[in-house]
Every structure is written in C-alpha cells, then in structure tokens.
Design a binder for this molecule. Structure first.
Ligand SMILES: [Zn+2]
Length: 171
C-alpha cells in the first residue's frame, strides 16, 4: 500500500533567489558551466543558446546540488526481495532517470549506494525521487511510504518488499 503523509504543494519554503530552487529566474540565456543546460524562455533545457547572443554562465540548480551533495530527495529500498531483484531494480531506476532527464534537465540522480543490504538513491529533486519510488512500486509491488520534509522541499521515500516464505499467509 502506498501511504502519503503530506499533500504535495509547490516548493513554498524556497525564496525566489534560492540557488537550489527549480523555479528561480535567471538572465536569458544562461548556460550551466558544468552540464551545458540552457535557461531560456523561463526554463532549463538541453537546447543550445541562440547564436550571437552573449550568455550568462552559472551552475544550474541540479549541478549545484550534485557539487554540494545536497539532495532534494532520497529513495531508500529495503527488504530481502532486493537480493533477487537488485540488478533489475537498479536498471529500472537508471532507465527511468535517464528518460526523465531528457525532458527535465534538473531531475537527476546524484548517487546510488548500497548500505547494509539497502539501496539508497539520492536525487536532485523531490519529484524525481518520487517518480523513481513509484516506478519501483508499480513494477515490483511491496510497500511505498512518501514523507515530505522541510515544508516539501525535501522528500524521503521508503520502499520495501519482503520475500514471502509462507505462501498464503500475507494479509
Ligand atoms: Zn548543470
């Protein structure tokens, strides 16, 4: 069962000039000096900046989070089911994240780590952590628990599935 503790709203605790804020405004065009994403028409994309226009350079919110190891979301996967499906689940997560980044350059995985039998994925945005958690839940069932923190600008997501050794005793 999926549980949700808070209804998602726009990142209300961000100030408009917060460098991590995905909706922050920049001079146009602005190019990220790490990943070359371009800010134009009020959004970040992978388009090249228009020719003959002097661009402003900065770090995009995603690269800033990657550089400062400051995740916007964490997805923690646990349960002995992972022993059997780990590779499949990590592939699913990487594929989903790659697809998402094509459309939304600020949604990226910062790291995937194994810790005491758990897999911990840090993402640059709360929405990507959520999207990945929901993808695992849709494909592999189990339990999903979504917890927004700090007024919804950070999300912790827990997914777990235990291998059932007693057939038919699941409630
Ligand atoms: Zn960047």
């Amino acid at each position: 069962m999926a549980k949700e503790h808070f209804v998602r709203k726009e990142f209300k605790n961000f100030t408009p000039d917060d460098p991590y804020y995905e909706g922050r405004k920049y001079p146009e065009p602005t190019v990220c000096e790490m990943c070359n994403a371009t800010y134009k028409d009020g959004r970040w994309s992978w388009e090249k900046p228009p020719k003959g226009v002097e661009a402003n350079y900065t770090l995009c919110p995603a690269c800033r989070r990657i550089k400062n190891k400051y995740p916007g979301g964490v997805l923690k996967l646990t349960g002995d089911y992972l022993l059997e499906k780990e590779e499949e689940i990590i592939n699913l997560i990487n594929n989903k994240a790659e697809e998402e980044m094509t459309y939304r350059p600020l949604n990226r995985i910062i790291s995937i780590k194994k810790e005491d039998g758990a897999i911990v994925i840090e993402t640059t945005s709360p929405s990507l952590a959520r999207l990945l958690g929901e993808a695992v839940y849709r494909a592999h069932k189990g339990e999903l628990d979504i917890r927004y923190k700090e007024g919804e600008k950070f999300v912790e997501i827990f997914w777990s599935r235990i291998l059932e050794d007693k057939e038919g005793e699941e409630d």
